[in-house]
Design a protein around this ligand. Sequence first.
Ligand code: OAD
Length: 246
Amino acid sequence: MADEKIPRHVADRFATAKRLAVLTGAGVSAESGVETFRGEDGTWSKVNVEDVATPQAFERDPAKVWQWYDLRRDKLKSIEPNPAHYALAAMEQHFPHFALITQNIDGLHKRAGSKNIIELHGNIWEVRDTVTDEITVLREAPLKELPPRNDKGHTLRPNVVWFGEMLPPGVMEAAAREAENCEVFLVVGTSAVVQPAASLPIIAKRSGAMVLEFTLHWTEISDFVDHTFLGKAGKTLPPLLDLISK
Ligand code: OAD
């Protein structure tokens, strides 16, 4: 049920919880100017997943895949975290245990001050050596050479998870542990359709957590969560902070 006010039982359970876990998606960065993936104007209505976000695409044409990532990296340089990122970073200061699980690769949670972050889909500022798998940070954007190479001459790829690839080892296990062991689980700005991330709210609910959703539009999990806050996360998350800062 959508409701702009925070129901009393939700407020009480949130304010008294000791263990919080959060799953975020592209919607949390939308107010910063980062495009979401699905919907009319979403990324996947303009670009084919198969051309830019699969290992096959990279094998076929690494420069083309890199052109797309280089553009995204360049745009991100001038993008700032928004009130939703800051509200989540502030919550981490309050709860004895707090974990932020994100599908986003933009690094904005860290820039807003969040510390205990589990990045399910990697990070756009990291690159991986395609020969040795060594991960390094590469901040330069736009890049001079596409695809970029390291000093060994090895081609580098973005250290992100593409469709058809496994998540980095241990990452999903860590996220599932947080979902299992939290008292309150927040789902922020995700359509919750991409697996395995989409299973996390279900794991949390089955383990007894109160699941709260913050989204612009109804999603496939809205019927199953304890409460859906409809609206921009930059507006709907900060009121929760008021409950714990009194
Ligand atoms: P989606 O684009 O699928 O979903 C974004 C969600 O955020 C939608 O439910 C919107 O209603 C909601 N939303 C938009 N603006 C919002 C705002 N200001 N405040 C709150 N909610 C808002 O993005 P994700 O669910 O993150 O994976 O997509 C999941 C994965 O699919 C991504 O990590 C990416 C993508 O393909 C890979 O690339 C592997």
